[in-house]
Design a protein around this ligand. Structure first.
Ligand SMILES: Nc1ncnc2c1ncn2[C@@H]1O[C@H](COP(=O)(O)OP(=O)(O)OP(=O)(O)O)[C@@H](O)[C@H]1O
Ligand SMILES: [Mg+2]
Length: 239
């Protein structure tokens, strides 16, 4: 479903990605870990067709993210690292606006169903500025799901949330995964990647330092826990 070949991206003199190769199958949930500035969000932006690679190519559902960006967008739901909601509109109005952008039919019904699924019924008509961080995160995930994407990109979906809200979001993401959606998730919470993702990539300074299931990574790089592998590789050792 996702094919990334030798992807490079620089911002001025800063090399954000230095030749990343990655293949993710349909229905797979893939976790991207790595220290601040490693290139995770850059990779998400390239997949989301928001920026172009300097070299290499990325394909989603067989479509090139540069030459067939509009076809790629039709397959994607994206949750960016920063919430980009209109704070003056209510949760429902934000969803309706998004449904309108996508030209989705039966928008009011679709939005009402999504609000129920997100557990936001009690808060749906309050301005987003009055919602908690966890409610806002639910809302941006729900918004990304409205067009029923085949692939969902989640950039740090639970950062800054309390453990109970994080677990609620895990349940939501598991449900999406179990419905067959392909998921790419970045996170700094190792246990989150372990809970949700079959395979994990550890990215460091724009390179994929390690790739595999949690068990494979621990076996290859030594543990005892996956978190130890992430810390070691993030600091520059092991690979
Ligand atoms: N628009 C930009 N302009 C200039 N430099 C950028 C831009 N976006 C990213 N960078 C740089 O590219 C590198 C990778 O950034 P990126 O946001 O992909 O990291 P990240 O792994 O998502 O980090 P974090 O865990 O902090 O979110 C960093 O050195 C960053 O400063
Ligand atoms: Mg980031």
């Amino acid at each position: 479903m996702i094919e990334i070949v030798a992807a490079t991206k620089s911002y001025g003199a800063a090399k954000a990605l230095c030749g990343v190769d990655l293949t993710i199958g349909a229905g797979e949930a893939f976790g991207l870990l790595g220290p601040n500035g490693a290139g995770k969000s850059t990779l998400v932006r390239l997949l989301a067709t928001l920026s172009r690679p300097d070299g290499g190519h990325l394909r989603v559902g067989g479509h090139d993210t540069v030459r067939a960006a509009s076809r790629v967008k039709r397959l994607l739901g994206v949750v960016f690292q920063e919430n980009n909601l209109d704070r003056d509109l209510s949760a429902r109005q934000n969803l309706l606006f998004h449904a309108g952008l996508y030209g989705l039919g039966r928008a009011a019904d679709r939005v009402a169903a999504m609000i129920g699924r997100l557990g936001l019924s009690g808060a749906a008509d309050r301005p987003v500025g009055q919602l908690s961080g966890g409610q806002r995160r639910r809302l941006v995930i729900g918004r990304a799901l409205l067009p029923e994407p085949r692939v969902l990109l989640l950039d740090e979906p639970t950062t800054g949330l309390d453990p109970a809200v994080r677990r609620e979001l895990w349940d939501l993401i598991r449900h999406i995964r179990d419905g067959g959606c392909t998921i790419v998730l970045t996170t700094h919470y190792v246990e989150e990647a372990e809970a949700l993702c079959g395979r994990i990539g550890i990215i460091r300074q724009g390179r994929m330092a390690a790739l595999g299931t949690p068990d494979e990574l621990v076996a290859r790089f030594g543990g005892p826990r996956l978190e130890d592998v992430v810390v070691r590789l993030g600091a520059g050792g092991g690979a």
